[in-house]
Write a protein that binds this ligand. Structure first.
Ligand SMILES: *Cc1c(COP(=O)(O)O)cnc(C)c1O
Length: 362
């Protein structure tokens, strides 16, 4: 008889055995304001048209391996500069993992760096690829600590630095000059990945700067724009650099249904942009209402979520949970986030349920 625990001890690497599954709470019956999803669905005539397209999708064949049509549409509609190209991922989560896999070395430990607190997948992907992860603390107002970043780059010589623009979980845009100083300091020794997951809300981008900086890559996703369910991310950079990452990408990583749905959505991207504009307006209203509450500090956001500090984050989250509202308690993520919570901006109705429950918790 094989003892399963002995088998696991003999086969599974130690850091995986000691680790945890990425926790996603069950949201059925809850108002879900913890994952930066767009609350609006595709409007009805479009849903019907999409259904027709999906019915015509060729499911018995592998996807067309080049993904040429979808890539071209992304380049044309989403502002990729001439002469630059994209590779696709099953969500940008997969792209982060591809980047780590391609830059982790076998002759020495390579370093993946990000300001801290940052999106948790940077650290997870670095770990699983066998890289060292270095998080450089932001300042208390969540701006980049330029001097600390430059010193850390000098000391650790990172192969990759991830800069989320705007940052998750803080919501702010970093200062452009700070970012450029980092990209320039990396030069020929490191790649700067600007993660623009929230670009539909921020409406500012480093995409136009690709021709200026050969070591710059811009990563985006359709998730926050309203297509979280189809899982599609893309990475834009110079073709010669992208070709290296393309070697690591699993073949056929984007499925046929995603490809059809994404091409359709990009043909109607104005509808999604309108939804994003509506959410931006709601963000302004929600932020103002929150800022008026005693004991609440609202941090500036250029994303579809708001990060705020409350007197007692645990009590607030418990109250919201009791009222069937899911948000994210950031308190334990980082010392800078003590008593901070993060809430996705949603419909006026859901925002007001959140606001009332939050008030009741104070
Ligand atoms: C949500 C998010 C992603 C991941 O997006 P997917 O494409 O859904 O995997 C990447 N980066 C940041 C900063 C995010 O907040």
């Amino acid at each position: 008889m094989t003892d399963i625990d002995t088998l696991i001890a003999n086969t599974i690497r130690e850091d995986v055995r000691a680790g945890h599954i990425y926790n996603v709470p069950d949201a059925s019956g809850y108002i879900k304001l913890d994952a930066m999803e767009n609350p609006y669905e595709l409007p009805d005539p479009l849903r019907q048209e999409l259904a027709t397209r999906l019915a015509e999708a060729v499911l018995n064949r592998y996807p067309v391996a080049s993904y040429a049509t979808l890539k071209q549409k992304i380049c044309d509609k989403l502002g990729v500069p001439n002469g630059y190209d994209v590779i696709l991922g099953n969500g940008s989560d997969e792209i982060i993992s591809i980047i780590a896999t391609a830059t982790a070395r076998q002759d020495k430990r390579a370093v993946l760096m990000a300001p801290s607190p940052a999106f948790v997948m940077f650290q997870r992907s670095a770990q699983f690829a066998g890289m060292d992860y270095v998080g450089v603390p932001l300042k208390a107002d969540f701006s980049l600590d330029r001097a600390a970043m430059l010193a850390a780059i000098e000391q650790h010589k990172p192969a990759v630095v991830f800069l989320a623009y705007p940052n998750n979980p803080t919501g702010n845009l970093y200062d452009e000059d700070d970012m450029i100083a980092i990209i320039e300091a990396l030069g020929e020794t490191g790649i700067a990945v600007v993660d623009e997951a929230y670009q539909p809300f921020a409406r500012t981008s480093f995409m136009d700067r690709l021709p200026q900086y050969p070591n710059l890559m811009v990563m985006r996703t359709l998730s926050k724009l309203g297509l979280a369910g189809i899982r599609l991310g893309y990475l834009a950079a110079a073709p010669a650099l992208l070709a290296q990452f393309d070697k690591v990408r699993p073949p056929y990583n984007v499925n046929v249904l995603t490809q059809v749905a994404a091409e359709f959505a990009l043909d109607h991207v104005a509808v999604l942009d309108e939804q994003a504009a509506k959410l931006n307006e709601a963000r302004g209203e929600l932020a103002a209402a929150l800022a008026a509450l005693p004991g609440v500090t609202v941090f500036p956001s250029s994303a579809n979520f708001i990060t705020l500090r409350v007197p007692d984050a645990e009590r607030t989250c418990a109250k919201l949970f009791a009222e069937r509202v899911l948000i994210k308690n950031l308190s334990k993520m980082h010392v800078l986030l003590a008593n901070c919570i993060r809430v996705t901006v949603s419909t006026p109705e859901e925002n007001s349920v959140f606001l009332n429950a939050l008030k009741a918790s104070l």
